[in-house]
Design a protein around this ligand. Sequence first.
Ligand code: ADP
Ligand code: MG
Length: 736
Amino acid sequence: MRARRTTTRWASGAPEVTLPETNQELVPAGEVELTTPLAHIEGVHPVLAADLRALGLGNVGRLIAHIPMRHEREEAEAPIAELTAGAVVSTRGEITATKVAGYGRKRRFEAVLHDGVERLDLIWFNAPWLQGKLNPGDRVRVQGKARAHKGGLQIANAAWELIADEGAEPDERDERLRPVYPASERVSSRKIEALIERLASRALTLIEDHLDEGFRRERELPELREAYRILHAPASEAEAGNGRRRLIYDELLMLQLGVAMKRAHLRRTLKAPALRMDDEVDTRIRALFPYTLTPGQDKVAGEIAADLSSDIPTNRLIQGDVGSGKTLVALYAMLMGVASGKQAALMAPTEILAEQHAESIGEILGRSERAREQGVSIALLTGTMGEADRASVLARAEAGEVDLLVGTHALLTERVKFKDLAVVIIDEQHRFGVHQRASLRAKGTVGESGETVTPHVLVMTATPIPRTLAITEFGDLDVSTIDGLPPGRTPIETRVVGVEDREKVYEYVRTRLDKGEQAYVVAPAIDSGQSVGADLRDVRALTKELEEGPLEGLRVAALHGRLKRATRERVMGRFRAGLIDVLVATTVIEVGVDVANATVMVVEHAERFGLAQLHQLRGRVGRGAAASLCVLIGETTTQDAARRLEVMAQTSSGFVLAEKDMEIRGPGELFGSRQSGIAPFRVADPRRDRELLDMARRDAIAWIDEAPTLDRAEDALARRRLMHAHGEALGLGDVG
Ligand code: ADP
Ligand code: MG
């Protein structure tokens, strides 16, 4: 049986340091508080304290919270004579000689270790800095893989530590787990370990738990101080895992508590206008639509109607794959606002999309006799429109003469005021940050009885938020999903080809265009002037190449964000009207552009795009009944790129793609989660820790249900820790 050495380790191993002259009264290790600065502790050298500070470990509490990244199995020690080549071994002895050998990058540090009977050669590659750290006469303990060397044994790059205690013999010869801490060049993991060992016996007793015993027992979670104890000095992997589990749970719980608390707070203090919804309104809205809603749209429209007819501010995410018909659902919500005599706003991430939304919504409304009678008015507001137009739109919005305002993030500026804004839609949410949602929400007004009146907010996305993220950063959103696509769509065929097939691709494109169909060609840049040496087909060069080469005689036009708005609108208008055959564009057409007759999409340098982006691009075709084709021309020099493109060919589901994208790239890239301001997890990984995440979420919701502001005495500690962790990022300062 393996003996636990925890207690003996705590007691020994303190590095001997000479105390500097100082005025500070030093605290003995046995009397520290969690807030005691490490620099004020007896036996902690000021240099070490400063180095630890640089690692963010300023006081005892921080040090104890500094948990190991992993544990390494430490082999039982044996005399050098008993070691065998090929095994990971551990031994101790005295350094009898050292030298630095070799030149430049090949410099290595060599040492000879002797235990009185036998010698062992030690070598560290690329480590000339060991010179002066390991000196002849030092007693050290080393561990590493032994190999045969010149008739004896050698260990390369051994883990080592000085043995401070001269007389100590390796009396306990069992193996054990040793913590490996995040360290720095100046402070080794071993030094951190030694200090934690010295302070833990006292410090751990000071750690209070914010979860009570019954709560912990039900969830089989160790007490907090026990979790730290077994993480710093576990008897087994399982024990360490148990300690880690507690800290992961805590981390997830704190975020979920914050999200739940904020949500409860918003529900208490904010009111939204309860919009009128009955059969008459519903029928009137649907009568305006050119299509019957698909079952998926219908379900979500129902959820929206329920939300918007309540005075609890809606915060709902509508996810639906590219082409699932989110615009119509958004329009349903906006018209509900109009039916109650209020205003609605729709925000799109690009001017082109905003322009298109304004146009297509205008068309839908214009189609209806009744809308004209009712005089639903729509206006467009973008960043680049002329001052006079802009001023007029602003004035009309403020006077309540604009019912539906469509725009880019220009809608977020201070100058935009509404008379009575009831519904806000944010299209293609993934292009915006979280804060923008909050800032539109702030467009509310103060109601008659002093409460803040805020609009209902719906955010739409085609790039679904993976469930794991949905319940972290986006935890305050309700989620609706539009399943299925409108009828009559033929699935898009996707082909991945190499550059060597470009010519054939455009030959084929030509045959489709000759039949009267239209195509998009997408390139990653407008002009590759700056990227010296990069063999990049940019929009300008490509337009010219196609016009003069493979697509000669066809109408080719370029579209990108640097064109003047009027030019862009003209080009889009002509493409929509079928007066342009091929649109060569940047990703400005990534979102929203909707031309049913466009059936071919060619993406040049496809390897440069992310999966979500390619999926959005592909979604520009397949919008009519005709069979559509998407060709990804890629130079798949890396494995990741090849994998990404293959996945595109295999699935047409945005949901599958989003999960794959996350697998390949990690979750950080999605949804501007970095902009959210929420501190990244230290120990938790929501993808790995799904079960704990679900548990933490359930627990947090139940907890906040019982104590919305955590103001009960028994919640004080949890509340303090929550505020400390997320108070600022989640804006919880004014809660309760
Ligand atoms: P997305 O979800 O990608 O924003 P859109 O709202 O742009 O999708 O809709 C895609 C296309 O489907 C548009 O051309 C739209 O007119 C059409 N569409 C939307 N809803 C329906 C429906 N219920 N029946 C038929 N076509 C529809
Ligand atoms: Mg859309």
